[in-house]
Design a protein around this ligand. Structure first.
Ligand code: NAP
Length: 243
């Protein structure tokens, strides 16, 4: 795989899965825009790991901040033909206790954020008649999860967004796919109780939690020319947790 001369925007790339995706894309030769929300120290670390990259703070839920993100990419590298919508948050609670604010915020970051970036990226991609969009969904967007109605709804929404965008953009040679990770060891899952972790481990046939690089390998493949005939797909990286 070779991504030389490619420009990639990776959202939510300061830590975790986003960082691993940036490192992999940079390893393959891409110039990377490392987007993050607020943790500049971690984003700087990602930037250091990716030669030639830049870090740009922007809240993806906010359209005007996304416009600034894309403008900074344009002025440093030119238009991005690779977009990885990875930014995501959780605000877990049982349905009866979930506030409207917690529901709305998770949808705004995870789903509207992806929509904002797909919309902005597709303009230049359509002109170039080329592009690769990878949206990070989740296994819970496929199966649901108690205590995560907001998060699961946002991740199911990402699947609908992926398939609709794939249909609209296919005539211009742009592919749009979703990755649905299972349990991946990052800050997002670090806070789960040992009880929950043990229960989840029991549901994973491969007998281990995933690593950010397990997801990054697939993201890089979907960005490459090897994946030119794959679009509108939802691909699990979950150790067999859901088949
Ligand atoms: P993480 O370690 O918590 O990192 C989340 C990243 O998203 C951070 O870089 C954070 O920026 C950024 N972010 C949060 N809100 C943002 C916003 N409004 N605008 C821009 N960036 C924002 O999460 P992760 O585990 O790597 O998860 C990455 C993606 O994979 C998410 O979409 C998540 O839902 C999905 N996923 C994760 C798992 C898992 O088991 N970990 C499983 C399935 C799916 P700061 O560093 O600045 O805070």
């Amino acid at each position: 795989m070779n991504l030389e001369n490619q420009v990639a925007i990776v959202t939510g790339a300061g830590r975790g899965i986003g960082r691993a995706i940036c490192v992999k894309l940079a390893e393959l030769g891409a110039r990377v825009v490392v987007n993050y929300a607020g943790n500049a120290v971690e984003a700087e670390r990602t930037r250091e790991l990716c030669p030639g990259s830049i870090a740009v703070q922007a809240d993806v839920s906010d359209e005007s901040q996304c416009k600034r993100l894309f403008a900074e990419c344009e002025s440093h590298f030119g238009s991005a033909m690779l977009l990885i919508n990875n930014a995501g948050i959780t605000r877990d609670n049982l349905l009866m206790r979930m506030s409207v604010d917690d529901f709305d915020r998770v949808i705004a970051v995870n789903l509207r954020g992806a929509f904002n970036c797909v919309k902005l990226a597709s303009r230049a991609m359509m002109k170039a008649r080329y592009g690769r969009i990878v949206n990070i969904s989740s296994v819970v967007g496929q199966s649901g999860n108690a205590g995560q109605a907001n998060y699961a709804a946002s991740k199911s929404g990402v699947i609908g967004l992926t398939k609709s965008a794939a249909l609209e953009l296919a005539p211009r040679g742009i592919t749009v796919n979703a990755i649905a990770p299972g349990y991946i060891e990052t800050d997002m899952t670090a806070g789960l109780s040992d009880e929950v972790k043990t229960a989840m481990m029991g549901a994973i046939p491969l007998g281990r939690f995933g690593s950010p690089s397990d997801v990054a390998e697939l993201a890089a493949f979907l960005c490459s020319d090897l994946a030119a005939y794959i679009t509108g797909q939802v691909i699990g990286v979950n150790g067999g947790m859901r088949m």
